[in-house]
Ligand binder design. Sequence first.
Ligand code: PLP
Length: 365
Amino acid sequence: MDLSRQHAALRPQLQSLYDHLLESGQFILGPLVAEFEQKLAKFCNCNYAVGISSGTDALLMAMIALGIGDGDEVITTPFTFFATAGCIARLGAKPVFVDIHPTTFNIDADGIESAITEKTKAIIPVHLFGQPSDMTSIMAIARRHGLRVIEDAAQAMGAKHHSQNAGTFGDIGCLSFYPTKILAAIGDAGACLTNDANLQKKMLDLRVHGSGGRETFNQIGGNFRLDTIQAAILTFKISFLNGWIEQRRALADRYNQKLQCPALGLPIEPAHSYHSYNQYTIHVFGQMRDKLQHHLSVHEIGNRVYYPKPLHHQPCFKHLGYQPGQFPVAEQAAREVLSLPMYPELNETEQDQIIGVVQEFFALD
Ligand SMILES: *Cc1c(COP(=O)(O)O)cnc(C)c1O
């Protein structure tokens, strides 16, 4: 991924945002953060957005806002970035994993109900790689059992399920603007989305230690504030976002057309789903993933394995007692997945070179 291309194109405007900010002397929160929050809520078609210091802090703060803590169980997927489960454990709650669906890589809604106990407080679906989870089923389960839902939409800004934005179905949706995400800050940044006015107020307090910046602390929050410069840059960039997502989708279409072969499992977009392709991630069957990865690296083509080790195999979660083989679909995905270059500024000539190198590996034409 080459983020400098995006910034080269926008450089004069980004430079002038910087100049204004240096003159203003306001570097934390303030009117530019409020403006970003309004733009973001409008883009996602929800009532409120609260700017946060990172996607990880957004997850942590969302759980604090919903009162998740000691002894609670929270259901999530073992095939995600560490922060999803890390935040659950940091609050003294227990991550309870449910296996994933083989083609979407997201939590298999059919496995959720059998994981619910009287201690279960919430479900955290992750919209992995930009593919929305099955929120219709997940929200129905949550309502039936009186559970909270926090969506980890860190990779899914702009993705939609039945025309509704990822991150706006549950109580709170969490976004990340880490530089490799769909909407990229120039440092760490994140946000929480909600339709609930009380939760919005609570989160505005929690991000400033639980006081909202006043001297009375009604809750225990933290420093979860968004930097003003990040808000200013994100406000400017958000107007380009729909176009950038369309470019990602066009690149995904080209990969899909040109990489069809029995050795590969290509991303599938269910009829009700609008995938935002933060990553273009394929299955490589027949134990060929590591060889293909090596072949790409030799030809200097960027590639990554998200994620080589499912979370129930991580040493820090050993005490949870999960065994190898317990989540076979996630474990198979960890052995088979490979993400190919995907960012809006990737041009077709470059993409054709990438495709050519993959085709050469499988001796396709
Ligand atoms: C990136 C990411 C996060 C964390 O976001 P940061 O902004 O890096 O803290 C959480 N969950 C998922 C699925 C992510 O991809």
